[in-house]
Write a protein that binds this ligand. Structure first.
Ligand code: CIZ
Length: 295
């Protein structure tokens, strides 16, 4: 099993979520009012990821909570005086909040919300793989379970992966990277570090197709292409900016272009629209419908 390509990672099951009824404006306002009251009563604060539904992001901001990437969510949770953190995101984000705030109560609205990268890297298989490469320093992406993080030497998010790997590479360390092979490959290309890559991938980003993006770019020649590095190489290769969610939002704000083709989960459009309402956002093409977190 020392060849990463030989690792049979489990097929990722997209969990069934309850189908929520579409609420009328009045029902939604009512529900929001109840949630606001409960947050206040329970000394709780809402922390939402950029990939969640816009209504949740709005509610987080209206109630003194925060909308951010996983690193900033964790930081906000630690700095908040609230004794309960309501983490709106996938399971690893709730786990990270609990690791950093063991004394706080951490709640999640949907415990079935998970991440295919996390699901595709079970701790026992991963541990066995690490054991076969004791000479490698283990760097894992934040999108993993607490058990996988516990087996690692370093934990990174997409916003800090490059400087951490650059640092280890400069020290001459051999690196084992998990779980996202596309992000790992991107990090290898930028840093020049050759890493042993766990063969996982994100079901959302893997849907983006290079040939289809090429066609959309021709239709929008003035649009800047923003790509998350969990995407396949032929998508990353067409990017004007490759970056984490926070870096892509910053690009929409700071670049002079009026149009952007965005290759990451469409949940991010809420924050991009909020900060740059005059800019046109185009979802990067997939083989099917646009990308959104199915897990
Ligand atoms: O670290 C995060 O929040 C994720 C999942 C993506 C990103 O690029 O920020």
């Amino acid at each position: 099993m020392s060849d990463p390509q030989a690792i049979a990672i489990p097929a990722v099951q997209v969990p069934k979520h309850p189908a929520w009824p579409l609420l009328s404006g009045e029902e939604k306002a009512d529900l929001k009012g109840r949630i606001k009251r409960l947050l206040a009563e329970q000394d709780a604060v809402l922390v939402a990821h950029y990939y969640t539904d816009g209504d949740l992001q709005e509610l987080a901001e209206e109630t003194g909570g925060h909308v951010a990437d996983s690193l900033e969510m964790a930081r906000f949770g630690s700095e908040s005086p609230a004794s309960t953190l309501v983490v709106c995101g996938v399971r690893f984000m709730g786990e990270t909040a609990k690791i950093l705030n063991p004394e706080k109560r951490v709640l999640m609205p949907d415990l079935a919300a998970t991440c295919s990268l996390d699901e595709g890297c079970p701790a026992d298989l991963f541990g066995a793989f690490c054991d076969q490469h004791p000479d490698h320093v283990v760097v894992v992406y934040a999108n993993t379970s607490a058990a996988v993080k516990a087996r690692s030497d370093w934990v990174v998010t997409s916003s800090i992966a490059l400087p951490v790997v650059e640092h280890l590479h400069a020290q001459g360390q051999m690196i084992l990277w998990a779980p996202d092979k596309h992000l790992g490959h991107y990090v290898e290309r930028v840093t020049g570090a050759a890493m042993l890559l766990w063969p996982g991938a994100c079901v959302v980003h893997e849907e983006f197709k290079g040939f289809a993006l090429d066609r959309v770019r021709r239709l929008h020649p003035d649009a800047a292409v923003l790509v998350h590095p969990e995407s396949p190489d032929d998508v990353v290769d067409q990017a004007d900016v490759v970056g984490s969610t926070t870096q892509l939002i910053k690009a929409v704000l700071e670049m002079p272009n009026r149009e952007f083709i965005v290759a990451t989960d469409e949940g991010i459009f809420w924050k991009m629209h909020q900060l740059a309402p005059d800019k046109k956002l185009i979802a990067a093409p997939t083989a099917g419908v646009g990308a959104t977190s199915e897990t």
